[in-house]
Design a protein around this ligand. Structure first.
Ligand SMILES: [Zn+2]
Length: 75
């Protein structure tokens, strides 16, 4: 397995204030470990090559909810 596909290789994203994973595959590894509703893996808006996990990622990306609302619910 490439290091880029290992979720343990995460780094802190200063833009989003959350963990960033080196690939979508790595982010999905984390999602599989979390019980409950499935989260999405999505690319960071600011840091190229970084991926995040979140329940409302698609809504945030679409502008349906604000970034503040997203993190308030994710916390
Ligand atoms: Zn980010």
């Amino acid at each position: 397995m490439s290091a880029n596909n290992d979720w343990r290789a995460w780094t802190w994203c200063p833009t989003c204030q959350k963990r960033g994973y080196p690939s979508r595959k790595a982010a999905r590894q984390v999602i599989r470990q979390v019980p409950g509703p499935r989260m999405n893996a999505y690319p960071c808006e600011r840091v190229e090559g970084m991926f995040h996990t979140g329940h409302l990622a698609r809504a945030v990306l679409a502008g349906a909810v604000t970034r503040h609302d997203h993190y308030a619910q994710a916390a």
